[in-house]
Each structure stands twice: as C-alpha cells, then as structure tokens.
Design a protein around this ligand. Structure first.
Ligand code: LMR
Length: 392
C-alpha cells in the first residue's frame, strides 16, 4: 500500500516541534507552536484547572459516553463566554479542540453552502488543510500589508464586496493568526454590513479569547456579527485561554436565522460529529464548565488569563526594544501593536532557515514568532540571533 506513496510533508507548525525534539544542539529554542510558557519556560497547568480537576476527580462517577453534542451546561457556558449571554437562535456542540469545531463546520458548509470558503492571506497553516479535506474550494482574500505591517484595508474590503451569496468567509475573532493584526470595531461593522448585503455567511475562528484585549473586549467582532442578524459559525478553542492544549477542548456554535433553524443546525452538527468522532472527550469540557460555574474558580482563572496576557505584552515590548537596540534595519514598533501570542516578524524564508539551521531557533516558515515562548532567560539570545538574521 505504501511502497509508491510519497511521505506527507512535515506539518508547518506541529512538525516543527517534532524536528525540534530531534535537534541535539544544547542551546535550542522552540518559538514555533503557539503555546504559552511562563517565565521559567514551562507550560503550566493553571491553578484554576488543577482545582477544577481535583473537584472532578472526587465527584466523577462514570466514564460512560458523552452525549454527541456534549453536555448542555457546557454549550450554555460557551455561549455566555462568546456572546456575553445565551442566544436563542444558536446551537453549540462540544468538539475535540478548535480543529474539531472547524472540521464539523467545514463538513456542514460542504453539505449545505455553495462549497466555497474564503480565508485570509495569510492565515493559520491548518485552515487550508481542514477545508480542503472536507471538499470545500478554498479561496483567499487580501488581509495583511507587508509594507505597512497592518491591515490591507482597501484590498480586504474590495474582496469582501465581491464574495457571492452562499459562500462562507473565515474570520479570526481576535489575535489574528499569524499576523496579530485585528479588525477595529468600525471595520467589524463594515464586514457585517457587507455580509448582510451580499448574503455570504461567516465562520469565526475564536482560538484566543482573552489573550488580545481581554475576555469581554475580544468578543466585539462576534457581537457585531450577532447584532447584524446574519448566519454564522463560531469555532471556539480553550487550548490557550485555559491552557488545555492536550485535552482537546473546543466548541462549535451555529448562529441561525431563527430558533427553529438553530434546532435544525443542531441536528446536523450532531449527525456530522457522530461520523467524525462520535462524541467529544469529556475531561477538558468538565474542567471548563467547573471553572465557569464556580465564582471563586472563575475569578482565579480570569486572573491567570490576565496574567498570561500581561506577560505576553511585556515579552512583545522586550522583543521590539531588544531588536531596536541591536540596530535592526526596521521600525519594530509594529510588534507591540500586534495582538495575541504571535509576532509576525517580517523575517523571510531564508532568514527563518538561517535561524533554524545555524542558530537552533525554530519559528514558523511564515516568519511567525511565538512571543508567548520568550522568557527573561532566552530573550537576549533570541534578540541577538533575530537581529543577526534581519541584517543578513
Ligand atoms: C498554532 O498556531 O501554533 C496553534 O494553533 C497550534 C496548532 O495547532 O497549530
């Protein structure tokens, strides 16, 4: 079966971690995958998560199957988190991570939409793979202007105007991955207006809620789409904001035109989930629900989330000033304006290769640096070698 098969290429992000593990050099640094690290370079289990796990361990009485859609209480908490309150024209299922949510949405779009999805250029490296695997046609719209290091607003809105009714547009709710360039409140309103006028739907990837401007502020885009009355999906991930990476904890929410349509959407989300993975893994969802339902734990979690966001912002500022001090041939102030875990550094493919091969510093091929992986211990060295690469 495999004799004449070409091996699949290394994954653009997770494949880097595998290559990193095999690298025998001592002073190696992995700034590829978007994983938060504390000042000691460790990806911690949050105290709120530990406390919730303790409760679950004591109270859990069965490992029976989960409902296909997950527990209703989890879906309700997800809606309150992404919308601020429950929404009666929406339905939420618990999915294995944000990727699971995206894949369920992709299968539904392949079944019930015009089968074309528009993704930003650039976007998360896995979007394309997920949508193509579901049989969708993937097209791109301009998003990032490499010269201004900001939104290519003209290109973006001109492209949105031309997207036909029935297609779907993938949008990043906040902390655009990889560029860190987010839409302003006014720009979200314009997006919603065009969607309404042209009749396309949206799939909102919400993987970093709380890591941009805060839990409430980060839902501004989703709130605007909701207020506009259009139909859309929200794919949530709790990998980063709860640190539940390996527990694969996410959700897919379908916002339909009416409550009755939401019930129909729920039936198809469940039918699709049943085929893809049957029912979701329970543990991460139980942690999220336990934390969000418990006032004290929720307060603790929010403090921990705020602390992560603050540390990332500090690392971002230190990277920009460290590079400036080393005389790099560019204005680095854009790095402090970017939102989320990443800095889209502007490093080109050769510079990225130099960092990996000559300096054992791993970043994503697009030039994306995981700022959340910078620590007081590695900051000076990273600034040295990134400056060296930039000057080449
Ligand atoms: C990333 O972009 O690094 C994360 O979303 C992890 C992943 O699965 O790629």
């Amino acid at each position: 079966m495999w004799k004449n098969v070409t091996p699949a290429p290394e994954d653009a992000i997770l494949g880097l971690t595998e290559a990193f593990k095999k690298d025998l050099r001592f002073a190696k640094i992995n700034l590829g995958v978007g994983v938060y690290k504390d000042e000691e370079g460790h990806t911690p289990i949050l105290d709120s998560v530990r406390a919730a796990e303790k409760q679950i361990f004591e109270k859990e009485t069965t490992k029976n199957y989960m409902p296909i859609a997950g527990e209703k209480i989890y879906g309700d908490e997800v809606q309150k988190m992404i919308f601020g309150s429950l929404c009666d024209r929406s339905a939420t299922i618990h999915t294995p991570g944000g990727t699971g949510a995206l894949r369920v949405a992709a299968d539904l779009l392949a079944k019930f939409s015009s089968k074309t999805i528009w993704i930003s250029n650039p976007t998360w490296a896995n979007h394309n793979n997920i949508f193509e695997a579901a049989g969708l046609t993937v097209k791109t719209y301009p998003y990032y202007n490499a010269v201004t290091k900001d939104l290519d607003a003209d290109g973006f809105f001109a492209a949105l105007e031309k997207i036909p009714a029935g297609d779907c547009v993938l949008l990043h709710a906040c902390c655009h991955n990889p560029s860190g360039v987010d839409l302003s409140a006014g720009q979200w309103k314009r997006v919603a207006k065009i969607a309404q006028k042209n009749g396309w739907s949206a799939l909102v990837d919400f993987a970093y809620q709380g890591l941009g401007d805060g839990l409430e502020a980060d839902r501004a885009g989703v709130e605007t789409l909701l207020a506009s009355g259009i139909e859309f999906f929200v794919a949530s991930s709790f990998s980063k904001n709860f640190g539940l990476y390996r527990d694969r904890t996410g959700a897919l929410t379908a916002v339909a035109a009416t409550p009755a349509d939401a019930t129909t959407a729920m039936s198809h989300m469940m039918a699709t989930a049943r085929v893809l993975y049957s029912n979701p893994p329970a543990h991460g969802g139980m942690i999220v629900t336990t934390i969000l339902k418990d006032k004290e734990l929720c307060k603790l979690w929010r403090n921990e989330l705020d602390a992560m966001r603050t540390r990332i912002a500090q690392a971002r500022a230190a990277l920009a000033s460290g590079l400036t001090e080393r005389g790099v041939p560019m204005d680095c102030s854009f790095m402090t304006k970017q939102k989320g875990m990443f800095s889209f550094s502007g490093l080109n493919k050769d510079q990225v290769k130099f960092l990996r091969e000559e300096r054992a510093v791993y970043i994503v091929g697009s030039g994306r640096i995981n700022v959340a992986g910078l620590t007081p211990g590695n900051m000076g060295f990273v600034c040295d070698v990134v400056a060296e690469a930039m000057k080449r």
